[in-house]
Write a protein that binds this ligand. Structure first.
Ligand code: NDP
Ligand code: ZN
Length: 351
């Protein structure tokens, strides 16, 4: 079969590989729609997870089941399924502790295009199909469904980890597709005021559709100053970091209230450290939590998040700015994600 792969650091291309073999609990699926991700860009062009050779890229897909192992109970060939970016083994100690994202070791619930071939192949293997697949609701398109693989669960994880509550003020730093879903998640959880920090006009406009109340352009002045001016010097309750550099942590510490939460979902692809200012962190006694999380995957999360689309509580179509038809367009989509033209939020390729 053909697949679009990382050939090595800074190198991508099409390769031939054998169709993957499955075991008794797995499914073999073929993609119906895929979406390239900023994380693929960190992986290839920043070497964020180290060097990889001939590793098929991609972790966001809606697919059709082609074959299932003998122990798979709930899925059959022909089913249209949502593929979560995170597809862990569910029996590990880490999964039992509630952190399936790290099943088997740090970040190892992230299997696709990390420890096994990703979804940019003509076929791919999903381990533990009953635990990791979810049926795509009939009234959700395959293109919208792909946003459930990663963008929705990651953004919402940012809002969940920030423990956003009714009436709170939240700053979301970075409003690409992930940050936009963090805005939507914070809004659904009841935030009253949401600062959306980005510079591209389209993302700013879309952030308003998802619940942002205040737009901050980081290219037009100091972010902390602009937000503090709008709040008359008051701190915000929570900060969600979904883009930018390590400096965002310094801003967040200056913005957040005592006992507030800084929730990072940004993939820190380069640089080594971020700074924690002693005074901003309450001299070490401010009860300010800094938490960073990989999105939760698996069947239950996909089923519940897809309900939001099924019952029209969340419209992900605003994210889909570039639509391609045909497997061959994956490369174009990925290069768009790398170059981030101003009219781009998210590309999707239907197959
Ligand atoms: P985008 O590149 O589309 O968006 C990044 C956002 O950050 C944009 O709004 C951009 O603004 C803003 N930004 C860029 N530079 C700065 C800066 N110096 N200061 C402030 N803001 C800045 O990325 P995505 O939304 O696709 O992804 C966001 C991150 O989430 C990525 O690192 C991705 O790898 C990661 N991710 C994490 C996952 C997880 O499980 N935790 C899963 C999936 C993705 P503008 O472009 O408007 O100038
Ligand atoms: Zn992704």
């Amino acid at each position: 079969m053909k697949g679009f792969a990382m050939l090595g650091l800074n190198k991508v291309g099409w390769i031939e590989k054998p169709t993957p073999a499955i075991t008794a609990m797995d499914a073999l699926v073929k993609p119906l729609a895929v979406s390239p991700c900023t994380s693929d860009v960190h992986t290839v062009w920043e070497g964020a997870i180290g060097d990889r050779h001939d590793l098929i890229l991609g972790h966001e897909a809606v697919a059709e089941v082609v074959e299932v192992g003998s122990l798979v109970k709930d899925f059959k060939p022909g089913d249209k399924v949502i593929i979560p970016a995170i597809t862990p083994y569910w029996e590990t100690v880490e999964s039992q502790m509630g952190y399936h994202q790290h099943s088997g070791g740090m970040l190892l619930g992230w299997q696709f295009s990390n420890v096994r071939d990703g979804v940019f192949g003509e076929y791919f293997q999903v381990i533990q199909a009953d635990g990791n697949l979810a049926l795509l609701p009939d009234n959700v398109t395959v293109e919208e469904g792909v946003m459930l693989s990663d963008m929705v669960p990651t953004g919402f994880h940012g809002a969940d980890n920030a423990e956003v509550a009714y009436g709170e003020t939240v700053a979301v730093i970075g409003i690409g597709p992930v940050g936009l879903m963090a805005v939507a998640g914070a809004n659904l959880r009841g935030a009253a005021r949401i600062f959306a920090v980005g510079s591209r006009e389209l993302c700013q406009k879309v952030s308003k559709l998802y619940g942002a109340t205040d737009l901050i352009n980081y290219k037009k002045g100091d972010v902390v100053g602009q937000i503090k001016e709008a709040t008359h010097g008051k701190p915000v309750d929570k900060v969600i970091i979904a883009g930018g550099t390590m400096e965002a942590f310094e801003w967040a510490l200056k913005l957040v209230r005592p006992a507030g939460i800084i929730s990072n979902i940004n993939y820190l692809g380069s640089g080594e450290y971020f700074k924690v200012n002693r005074v901003d962190w309450g001299l070490g006694m401010g009860h300010i939590k800094i938490v960073g999380g990989l999105m939760p995957g698996g069947r239950k999360n996909m089923e519940y998040l897809s309900n939001l689309l099924k019952y029209k509580k969340l419209d992900v179509s605003h994210l889909l700015t570039h639509r391609f038809k045909g497997f061959g367009h994956i490369e174009e989509g990925l290069l768009l994600m790398k170059d981030k033209p101003k009219e781009l939020i998210k590309p999707v390729v239907t197959i």
